[in-house]
Design a binder for this molecule. Structure first.
Ligand SMILES: [Fe+2]
Length: 401
């Protein structure tokens, strides 16, 4: 029998639950490292989220230095500067504590620190084509412990990071199977103080990861039930985390969904929604999760014909129902799929995120260039369930405007 080969990228050693951040010390020791480069940003320090991590390192009598100069949407220069600081520190492990920006920057540091002294992280971007530097051997890259402080990117379990090229105005991916963090400490406690706006935006990002992965053209059936469970958790708990930020059960659900989504996209990848959203961030500085919320319903409605049954599953999971429990079980496949689109629209509205590009700082003049970059420079759309071209991207931006 011949078969298509499914490729699975699994997470590293993962600890999930309230208090998991306090395992940093023992996990550094388990990696046989003894000098720690803590990578974070000033917001994490002022929110006192570093405290359980540094206490744990101190209890394990480990030396550490804190480097907090990671900007939101980390660019090439900031990652190269962090790499130089890592080298100067003489540390032998990176502990990254933060949202997607910090975790992505840490992956860039691993990559650049594993290569020659003069190489910039930008030289490892596949977008360099035949000039791309080969990924360093896993043995040459410092190990990484990822401690997420948002329930959104799932970057603690994925093999990639997204960095910004300020000169060329584009976001580019870095990574590869050996860039999955060696250890993930996934602690919902760290999200209890996340403000509602960021909770909503990062939650929509996690939802888009689940949905784009579930309908992706990559076939990884072992992941499908888990990804749908992620959708169900978000349908149940995202509104609650926004309405009641300190609701522990809801925060746990969202953190779990975000991790599940990260495992899902590691193998199944993403789709056209991320190609669309990335341009909103580079052209109009829209936060990633907000950009996702703006584009997801439009990209789903466009993509329905390529994955009717799968979108139907998503609609059921968002409603917290098994497919056969839906009251309108006699509905056709198209109508069941549309239920998913409507459910996402309602969710975006309920958590207070904008639904029109014009309300998010985007101008109509940006649309043609954004459509061109989405099509020509973004690597996420090829696994979209419905084929897209540049004019489709332009239409989708127009619809969302
Ligand atoms: Fe995302």
């Amino acid at each position: 029998m011949t078969d298509n080969i499914s490729t699975y990228v699994w997470p590293g050693q993962t600890h999930f639950g309230f208090g998991a951040a306090g395992m940093a010390g023992q996990e550094v020791q388990a990696l046989q490292a003894n000098s720690v480069f803590v990578l974070t940003d000033p917001g994490i320090i002022s929110a006192q989220l570093l405290e359980p991590v540094t206490s744990s390192l101190e209890a394990a009598k480990l030396i550490y230095i804190i480097y907090d100069e990671v900007p939101a949407n980390p660019d090439i220069a900031s990652v190269d500067a962090a790499t130089a600081a890592f080298r100067d520190s003489g540390a032998d492990v990176i502990v990254a504590v933060g949202g997607g920006s910090v975790l992505d920057a840490a992956k860039g540091v691993r990559l650049a620190a594993g290569g020659p002294l003069n190489a910039s992280v930008s030289e490892y971007a596949p977008v360099m084509g035949d000039k791309v530097r080969p990924t360093p051997s896993p043995n040459d890259m410092p190990p990484m412990i990822a401690i997420p402080t948002t329930a959104g990117t799932g970057a603690e379990v994925t093999p990639w990071g997204v960095l910004t090229d300020l000169k060329r105005k584009l976001k580019f991916g870095i990574g590869g199977p050996y860039l999955v963090p060696n250890v993930a400490l996934v602690d919902p406690e760290l999200t209890l103080t996340l403000p509602p706006g960021l909770t909503a935006a990062t939650g929509l990002d996690a939802l888009s990861h689940c949905i784009e992965a579930y309908v992706s053209t990559n076939q990884n059936p072992a992941l499908d039930p888990m990804i749908l469970y992620g959708v169900e958790l978000i349908g149940r708990s995202l509104r609650l985390t926004v309405a009641q930020p300190s609701n522990q059960a809801a925060r746990r659900d969202m953190m779990l969904a975000s991790m599940i989504a990260g495992v899902g996209i590691s193998s199944k990848w993403l789709g056209a929604c991320h190609s669309l959203a990335h341009q909103l961030s580079t052209f109009a500085n829209v936060q990633h999760g907000v950009a996702i919320a703006l584009m997801l319903p439009h990209q789903m409605a466009f993509s329905l014909p390529g994955a009717l049954e799968r979108y139907g599953d998503v609609g059921a999971a968002l409603a917290g129902l098994e497919r056969w429990e839906l009251p309108e079980a006699g509905l056709g496949r198209r109508a069941k799929a549309e239920r998913a689109v409507n459910a996402v629209r309602e969710l975006v509205n309920d958590v207070g995120l904008p639904s029109r590009l014009r309300d998010a700082g985007v101008t109509v003049e940006m649309i043609p260039s954004m459509a061109r970059n989405a099509y020509q420079l973004d690597g996420n759309w090829p696994t979209n369930p419905r084929l897209v071209d540049e004019s489709d991207f332009e239409n989708l931006y127009q619809q969302a405007f």
